[in-house]
Design a binder for this molecule. Structure first.
Ligand SMILES: Cc1ncc(COP(=O)(O)O)c(C=O)c1O
Length: 542
């Protein structure tokens, strides 16, 4: 028996979209009775009641003749047409798209082409694969949720007060049983721990002297080459022997700041900014000058120019790719203008690229360093967000500050454990890293998406959320009345650890803001924690 189904069809469809919509409408019907659970955070689609499918009456143009875009490969064309159907709302969240085989038959393309198109949409965050079930449209971020507002500029630089709460947040995040939205530490289950442990064992067995031999080094050369090779792929050529391998990105940042400043100097940086930056700035006796930053496109260049004209700034600390905590991504053109500004004021920049590989779109953003012609950009990063947080392996490409950074590394940690560098090199070389990166990017994206959806459900009206295109953290701006320091204390009583906005500034601001780490596997417990946070905020609002 036929059933009726009302599906919104946008007024204007191109031929290829029309044919495709028709295919999809017919093919998704069987999926109508198996929607995902709301407990998993996935919004049920609009058409869940029994209904009859009305296939569209075919216009006079022959079916199955998709318009070809001369420049695009077939898979990209297919991905694009499916994406516009999702964006226009023809395909609703939760809908199952035709199976790979069906789509291949109906579009007259190979299975590999369809698979590649679906994988592309998975990477773009439009589809998700469910084991034994097929591909489904992922819930999309509600576009009516406003983004956090940009802060006002700071009149003059300020020394940083140490906030004991930072250490408390980090310590709580390690406690078993605590839901850790507070520290930007990805969950250990995201990493290939067993494989790395096996390689580590094998490296140690093959050369046990790596344990007993003292090693002072700027980096294990094969690892330096692997890192340089990956930057080359990202459009940023770097000579491998100008890289210094460090103990995490944290050491790289320390070395960078020490090599371009002396105590009392002023460093300009984004606001809000990662509390780790503020801690290092404080420990080196530097002053911070916070530059207003957009949650979408990063540091505001007009404000930066203004700050540079009116203050004696010695360096700029910046995170163009998926800034912590805003998640902003600086467009390439803006990076070029940023670099021009550095040249105009003859300043070095310290670039933190620790989230560069965690992009949700198809391509990795080029680091600012790619525009560097005269060695003024000190690029810092690590494997801490992508592969092995426990190994604490990072690096710095210090440009013209190489010798100074090497001297400082000598007095800082002498060298970085070779046994760990060798293990990572073998992992990078055996080809598993790209595959791992793809899956970890998908995991980060999925987590971010599910957390966002849950926050939209549970956080009160008036809440603003950032929309990162990569990375692992979300910035939440609650209505002005909310006090997130109080919220932090209240939430701890329920074993929920948060990072209040006050930690991300040297001024008294962001009292109503929160940074949320989303790199935690989704679970009912996580959803309950987000619901609880929403309740605690609602209580404050009365
Ligand atoms: C923006 C940013 N930079 C640097 C670091 C430190 O990285 P690592 O663990 O490699 O020292 C972190 C850690 O959370 C971070 O969020």
């Amino acid at each position: 028996m036929g059933r009726l189904l009302f599906v919104p069809i946008p007024g204007k469809l191109s031929w290829s979209q029309y044919d495709f919509a028709k295919t999809v409408l017919v093919a998704i019907f069987p999926a109508c009775c198996c929607w995902p659970q709301t407990a998993s955070g996935i919004v049920p689609p609009a058409f869940t009641t029994p209904a009859m499918i009305q296939t569209l009456s075919s216009p006079s143009k022959p079916a199955a003749q998709p318009a070809k875009n001369g420049d695009l490969p077939l898979y990209a064309e297919l991905a694009d047409s499916l994406q516009s159907l999702i964006e226009q709302g023809t395909l609703r969240p939760g809908a199952r798209v035709p199976s790979v085989r069906t789509m291949s038959r109906q579009r007259n393309v190979s299975i590999a082409t369809v698979l590649q198109a679906y994988t592309t949409l998975e990477n773009r965050g439009y589809l998700e694969a469910r084991p034994q079930s097929g591909y489904y449209v992922r819930p999309q971020l509600a576009c009516f949720c406003p983004e956090p507002r940009m802060a006002r500029p700071m009149a003059k630089p300020s020394f940083v007060g140490v906030n004991d709460l930072t250490v408390q947040v980090m310590e709580h995040s390690l406690e078993p049983g605590c839901i850790s939205f507070g520290a930007a530490c990805p969950h250990y289950s995201l990493f290939p721990n067993k494989k790395l442990a096996r390689i580590l064992g094998s490296v140690a067995r093959r050369d046990p002297t790596l344990v007993g031999r003292f090693s002072m080094n700027w980096g294990y050369e094969p690892l330096q080459r692997e890192i340089a090779r990956r930057y080359l792929q990202a459009g940023c050529p770097l000579p491998h022997d100008e890289l210094v391998v460090t103990v995490g990105c944290e050491e790289a940042l320390n070395l960078a700041l020490r090599s371009v400043t002396k105590p009392g100097d002023t460093v300009a940086l984004e606001t809000p900014s990662y509390f780790g930056f503020l801690e290092i700035i404080q420990s080196l006796g530097l002053k911070a000058l916070e530059i207003p930053t957009s949650a979408r496109e990063g540091m505001c260049l007009d404000e930066l120019r203004d700050a540079l004209e009116n203050n004696d700034v010695k360096a700029v600390l910046v995170m163009p790719a998926f800034q912590n905590p805003l998640g902003s991504l600086m467009p390439d053109d803006k990076k070029r203008r940023f670099y021009d500004l550095l040249c105009e004021f003859d300043l070095p920049a310290i670039e933190d690229d620790v989230y560069g590989d965690i992009h949700f779109g198809d391509t990795r953003p080029k680091p600012l360093k790619a525009w560097d012609r005269d060695g003024r950009v000190l690029l810092c990063s690590s494997f801490g967000k992508t592969l092995a947080p426990g190994f604490r392996i990072g690096w710095i490409a210090p440009g013209s500050y190489l010798e100074r950074v090497r001297r400082l590394k000598f007095t800082s940690t002498l060298g970085t454990p070779v046994i760990l560098q060798k293990t990572l090199t073998e992992f990078l070389r055996d080809g598993g890293y790209d595959h791992h990166l793809r899956s970890i990017r998908r995991a980060y994206h999925q987590q971010m998406h599910l957390c966002t959806q849950a926050m939209l459900r549970y956080f009160p009206e008036g809440t603003r959320l950032s929309r990162p295109q990569g990375g692992a953290v979300l910035w939440v701006e609650f209505p002005a009345k909310v006090d997130t320091l109080q919220l932090h204390q209240d939430a701890l009583k329920h074993n929920i650890n948060t990072a209040p906005g006050a930690l991300f500034t040297v001024k008294d601001r962001y009292r109503n803001c929160l940074r949320m780490n989303c790199a935690i596997p989704w679970s009912d417990e996580l959803e309950a924690a987000l619901r609880k946070l929403g309740e605690l905020v609602a209580r404050q609002l009365g």
